[in-house]
Structure formats: structure tokens, C-alpha cells
Write a protein that binds this ligand. Structure first.
Ligand code: TYM
Length: 338
């Protein structure tokens, strides 16, 4: 079996409210990697149900993430777009990896602690073992590179540990070097986009305040309003990134501007140093609208024809399955399943 050297895998959960953080931290980079890598982009519907989802909304949100991928510029013919639940090899490998990963490793996952909160006893078992399914997503394709936002770094480290332990555990039966250690790609000026209402909190799909995030379905007016109302401070924009320390909201808006315009924060500061946020925000709104509204428009057009999205997902699943099946067959042999 050939070992890929430049295969990208990444995923987004279809839990609604796809936002600027998802775009700048992940989806935008998915687009760029198509030139140099063979890419698989997954809508991780099995991850979504680790927290209860309304079935109709889940189906809608699954198509919406697929539409966002395509609208952002991912080519589903040259690369692969699919939803996780259609390729059963993810679940099958996840079971084997559940038996490789250790309780102690998973107990240290900060995302589980955040999501389960004070009600750990009431969290689903799936939420606890979520990072193992994520490792399976990546390893079933022996993907070499995984573009993600900063919040997924710990999960990627776990995937690497699981890969290595699998390779060691069955070394008498041909597992040496079987899974490559997937490399995280955490790129750009906005690897962690923060809430527009609170610079100490990550921009998230589940924040109760819609004003905390710009979504990929927001109208031009929504975007302008949310940026205008974004929390800032009274100080002028500094000359260097050093001057953004201890100013999380200012740092966040400058980072968003830099990422949207493809510049560094220092470039942005050089242009705006000395000005107040009253002058900066309209420019940021203009830029955000210029970059996001074509994507929003294209998503709406695609969502008008759900059958076409379903066809794209089914075609992607078939091609993903063809890549996954030989790896799964090899895993079964290595483990000793007859
Ligand atoms: P999810 O659906 O929470 O987020 C999708 C992608 O968006 C990034 N992201 C952010 N980036 C910058 N700033 C933010 N505020 C922000 N919020 C989210 C995430 O880092 C992610 O890259 N577990 C994953 C999905 C997944 C996956 C995988 C990813 C399942 N299997 C295999 C990579 C490989 C998740 O919940 O992403």
C-alpha cells in the first residue's frame, strides 16, 4: 500500500452558526492547500451529535458546511468533500483506536472539560471519546497535514500519540510506521479569533450572543452593525504588535483585519497607527463585507439546490471510502481480526 506524502484532512462540525473564526482559522486555508496537496474536507456530523442536535437542523447544517466549503473555493471534483457518517471506516477505526488511547490522555483534554462544564456526569460518552474519532478521521486516510485553528492543537497532539502507540503496540504484526504522525497546520494572523463582545473568549458557534460572532450567513448590514458595536478600548492604535499586549479586543480586530487582507498585524498597524477605533472599524467592516459577502451569496445559491449538494457529498463519500477501505483492511489484519 502506498504511503501518501502530501495528503490533507480536516473537518468542520455542522452545528450551525459557521463563523469568521471557522473561516479565518480553517476554511480559508483549506482552499489554499488544494494547489499543493491532495485534500479531503469532511463535514463531521458524527462529532456534532456528541451534543444533542435536532435531526432536521443537523441535515440542514451539514449541507450548509458543504456549501461553505464550495463557496469558499474548494473544488469537489479535484478534491473530496463528504460527510463523515457516510464513510463507516471512520467509526470502525475509532473503535480500534478507543482501545489504543488511554483514559488518562483523554481526561486531560481541555475542550472536554470546557464543553462538559460542571455536569461531567451528564455529558455523553461520545463527547469524552470525541478526540479519538477525530484521530480516526485523520489516520484512516494516513493524512500527513491537518489545517486547523489553534483550539484543535491539543487534539492533534493526541492523534499523534495514538498513531505512535498503535504503531508500537502491534509491532510484532507489521504496524511499525503504519500511521504517519499527522502534522498540524495552524496558519495565518487569526488562528484564534475572539468574541467581538469579550476579548478573553473564543468566537464560537455556541455563544448565546449573536453579536459575539460574524457568521457566514450574515447580511451586509449585520456585519457592519456587529463590527460597529464590537468592544474596544479608548486608546489609539499602536505602532507595533507589542502595543497590543493587554488589549485583547484591539488585538483581535487588528488580527481579523490582517487575516482578511492577507497582511501581518505589523503591516496593518503601520497603516493605522495613531488612529482611533472610530476610524478603523468602518474600514474593517468594508473589508469584511468585501471578502465575506461573495461567499455568503454563493452559499445561498448552493443551498437552493440541496439535491445537488447531496450528490456532491455522495460522490465525495464514495471516493473517500475507496481510500479508507484498504487502510481499514490492513488495520484489521494488524490487530488480528480474522
Ligand atoms: P469546529 O467545527 O469547532 O471548527 C472548525 C474549524 O474552525 C476552527 N475554529 C477557529 N479558528 C480560529 N478562531 C476561532 N474562534 C475558531 N473556532 C473554530 C477550528 O480550530 C477548526 O479547525 N474537532 C474539530 C472538527 C474535526 C476535525 C477532525 C478537524 C473533527 N475531525 C479531523 C481536523 C481533523 C472541530 O470541532 O472543529
Amino acid at each position: 500500500m502506498t504511503m501518501p506524502t502530501n495528503r490533507v484532512f480536516s473537518g468542520v462540525q455542522p452545528t450551525g452558526n459557521l463563523h469568521l473564526g471557522n473561516y479565518l482559522g480553517a476554511i480559508r486555508h483549506f482552499v489554499g492547500l488544494q494547489k499543493t496537496h491532495q485534500c479531503l474536507y469532511c463535514v463531521v456530523d458524527m462529532h456534532a451529535i456528541t451534543v444533542w442536535q435536532d435531526p432536521k437542523e443537523l441535515a440542514h447544517n451539514t449541507r450548509e458546511v458543504a456549501a461553505a466549503y464550495i463557496a469558499a473555493g474548494i473544488n469537489p471534483k479535484e478534491h473530496i468533500i463528504f460527510n463523515q457518517s457516510k464513510v463507516s471506516a471512520h467509526a470502525e477505526l475509532a473503535w480500534v483506536l478507543n482501545c489504543v488511547g488511554r483514559m488518562g490522555w483523554l481526561s486531560r483534554m481541555t475542550q472536554f472539560k470546557e464543553k462538559a462544564g460542571k455536569h461531567k456526569e451528564n455529558a455523553s460518552v461520545g463527547l469524552f471519546t470525541y478526540p479519538v474519532l477525530m484521530a480516526a478521521d485523520i489516520l484512516i486516510y494516513r493524512a500527513t497535514h491537518v489545517p486547523v485553528g489553534d483550539d484543535q492543537k491539543q487534539h492533534l497532539e493526541l492523534a499523534r500519540d495514538i498513531a505512535q502507540k498503535f504503531n508500537n503496540d502491534f509491532s510484532g504484526n507489521g504496524s511499525e510506521g503504519f500511521f504517519p504522525a499527522p502534522e498540524p497546520l495552524i496558519m495565518g494572523a487569526a488562528t484564534r479569533v475572539m468574541s467581538l463582545r469579550d476579548g478573553s473568549k473564543k468566537m464560537s458557534k455556541s455563544d448565546p450572543s449573536a453579536m459575539s460572532r460574524i457568521t457566514l450567513t450574515d447580511t451586509v448590514d449585520d456585519i457592519a452593525k456587529k463590527i460597529k458595536k464590537a468592544k474596544t478600548d479608548m486608546e489609539p492604535i499602536p505602532e507595533t504588535a507589542e502595543g497590543l499586549k493587554e488589549r485583547p479586543e484591539a488585538d483581535n480586530l487588528v488580527g481579523i483585519f490582517a487575516a482578511l487582507s492577507g497582511q501581518t498585524k505589523d503591516d496593518v498597524l503601520a497603516d493605522f497607527a495613531g488612529q482611533g477605533f472610530g476610524a478603523f472599524k468602518p474600514k474593517l467592516a468594508e473589508l469584511a463585507i468585501e471578502k465575506l459577502s461573495p461567499i455568503t451569496g454563493e452559499m445561498a445559491r448552493l443551498m437552493d439546490d440541496p439535491a445537488e449538494i447531496d450528490r456532491i457529498l455522495a460522490d465525495g463519500a464514495e471516493r473517500a471510502s475507496a481510500l479508507a477501505q484498504p487502510v481499514l483492511a490492513e488495520v484489521k489484519k494488524i490487530v488480528g481480526f480474522v
